[in-house]
Design a protein around this ligand. Structure first.
Ligand code: ADP
Ligand code: ZN
Length: 221
């Protein structure tokens, strides 16, 4: 099963992908997490990617495509994956199409999450993440803080702010999103695989609500 998560930064892609991954028993493959793992391990890829990521820019297509294709060829993703953060540009989507066509795999769903822009900015500056790469639990200082400040409820590791979660970088990320990633909404709509869901405090519909509905829908299929 191939599910693609689409949506601006901090719309809840990671949260939804993680719930869907557990409910559908399909691994979550997050490009952001893969990059951050490489950054913390100071690999060649990580050192290069950090230059782009810390400023809120996208990592070049070629590097990103190679990283993901390599990961999709590993054993645990042979029955599918929930792609969280990939593709993010038309060339990335075309490369993925080619990879899937060669293996005769179809995309089951492209789940496009939308959130009002002021909520996105608010969410980003209050977002915190567990620094343990095996845990990565996401918190929010306002809506969902850890029980003990700065400490992960689940694993006891330090809870930190991502380097690119500041007002400056989020504005760049949003600009990049509308220019480079938003065209994918049309791209996948034309293929007939797009589902759009709003995630917003205003309508009291958060990522977990969307994830439960979508999981039900996909399990019934
Ligand atoms: P968010 O969805 O909140 O922006 P991610 O964790 O998905 O966060 O991504 C963090 C950063 O990693 C992005 O801002 C970008 O710099 C880089 N990145 C992630 N996925 C891609 C991709 N598919 N192509 C290029 N860069 C990417
Ligand atoms: Zn943790």
């Amino acid at each position: 099963m191939i599910i693609i998560m689409l949506g601006a930064p901090a719309t809840g892609k990671g949260t939804v992908a993680s719930i869907l991954s557990k409910r559908l028993n399909v691994p979550q493959l997050s490009t952001g997490d893969l990059f951050r793992k490489n950054i913390s391990e100071k690999t060649e890829l990580g050192i290069m990617a950090e230059e782009y990521i810390s400023k809120g820019n996208l990592v070049p297509d070629e590097v990103t495509i190679n990283m993901i294709i390599k990961r999709l060829n590993e054993d645990d993703t042979k029955n599918g994956a929930i792609l969280d953060g990939f593709p993010r540009t038309i060339p990335q989507a075309e490369a993925l199409d080619k990879f899937l066509a060669d293996k005769n795999i179809k995309i089951d769903m492209v789940l496009n999450l939308t959130t009002p822009e002021e909520e996105i900015i608010q969410r980003v500056v209050t977002r915190r993440v567990c620094s343990n790469p095996h845990c990565k639990t996401i918190y929010n200082t306002k809506l969902n803080p850890p029980k003990i400040e700065g400490i992960c409820d689940k694993c006891g590791s330090k809870v930190i702010t991502r380097k690119d979660d500041n007002v400056e970088a989020i504005k760049t990320r949003l600009k990049q999103y509308f220019k480079l990633t938003n065209p994918l909404v049309d791209f996948y709509d034309k293929k007939g695989v797009l589902t759009t869901e709003e995630v917003s405090e205003k309508i009291n519909r958060m990522g977990k609500d969307v994830a439960e509905d979508i999981a039900q829908k996909l399990l019934k299929k």
